[in-house]
Design a protein around this ligand. Sequence first.
Ligand code: GDP
Ligand code: IMO
Ligand code: MG
Length: 466
Amino acid sequence: MRNTSALIVGAQFGDEGKGKIVDSLVQDEDFDCVVRYNGGNNAGHTIVSDGQTYPLHLIPSGILHPHVTNVIGAGVVVDPAGLVQELATLTERGVDCKNLFISDRAHLVMPWHKVIDAHLGGKIGTTARGIGPCYEDRASRRGLRVGELVDENNRVDKEHFGARFSEVGAHKNELIQKLYGLEPLDLEKELAEIFHLAETFKDRVCDTSELLYQIKTEGKRVLFEGAQGCLLDLDWGSYPYVTSSTVTFSGCLSGSGSAHIPERRIGIVKAYSTRVGEGPYLGELGDYETIKVQDVAKKGEPLPPLSDDEKQKALNGDDLLMGRWIRRAGREYGTTTGRPRRCGWLDLVAVKHAVQVSGLTEVALTKLDILVDIPKIKLITAYKDGDKTLTTFPSRINQLARCQPVYEEFEGFGEVKNAKSFPELPRAAQDFIRRIESYLGIPARIISVGPERSHHLVQEETHVAG
Ligand code: GDP
Ligand code: IMO
Ligand code: MG
């Protein structure tokens, strides 16, 4: 196991705890390199180390380990302003970012992408970071790549990029004005800003496929870090309520251009489920329109836990309150946008879909500690569509929307955070995990019980083969 490369991929709707697991694995198993292969700064991956929280968006989650090479692959879309801001914040906090490299083939998120996303993304509930419009331009071959801004000698190519930017920008400004009725961008000002930003990251730009090949030749090991989750994948998620990139195993190969095949493919699964943004969500606890209004977190104001009376109501079937219980316990508010996340019980039908699509070999189960003290917890093990029982994830959102979840109920459990091995977990927690493993047919090798790097246990011996 220790000799192979590995893939970390979200097996739900994102925010499963990928950043934490990547950071912990790098520490525990000495990975040499971490590669982001999809998405952009729509992602928010959180690492907690020595009580300090590091929210990462574009920069891979190996960055806190100075000896690790961190790569932003070709499948990632890079917002220059977001990148520079993230680098500055990390550097200010004493994080050494010298081993960060950016693919010259990665596409750039341009100012017009953000304007268009903010204008059109509401129906999907996007992060408004310009991600969809940028991938759209990549596919239609209108996109601008990092390697056009920074040349093979790591110089900012003002002549080439300036011409391309002005040409594409003029076309986009027409759209912005005439089609969307919005204020046009000041292209000259935006271009000057991009040139200024590029000066700070130009030395990191290279052919990252070649870099990864060299790393392989030296016998080093790579950890691929997916952003988002399988149910947000462009093809395999709840289309069209998805992101615009390939999240799954295949995205890792195309988005990194790497000769490393990750034999170990770890699906990150939260012990319950969350979703942020619009789209069908089977078994959602509470109505999203209400949650959007009633569950907004005010900056700086801590969220009180539910009262005993509210907890009783939640246990008696008040879904809005049960969702709120989980949301508050798990601090389920977006790392990128601060929006309240929608909450539900762990949906094994959906996770099984992720297992199949990415050929997952194991699961890392996160946030088990959040369920502590909820006396009854549930798993979704099938969907009911009228008379039919489904155990596969439907491709059609109208079918998904009319399905009802079939639950299995489990006894709750007490404290888990001090367990250092599987047998030290409460019996009821063990039963819950064993059911997840048997349903998915792969082991939950890593079990995470807190946000800190060290808060997890590893099952060396597992009950399912994987
Ligand atoms: P990602 O996008 O998959 O990296 O996940 P996010 O960082 O958006 O959200 C996961 C949140 O849960 C972060 O605040 C993490 O610090 C936190 N977290 C991760 N694993 C655990 C865990 O096992 N227990 C607890 N309590 N928090 C966790
Ligand atoms: P990490 O990597 C959760 C969601 C958005 C929206 C949809 C499309 O932190 O798990 P986009 O801006 O990508 O066009 O939005 O996808 N979304 C995420 N949800 N975690 C993420 O990333 C997400 N990245 C995008 O909320 O519903
Ligand atoms: Mg996140």
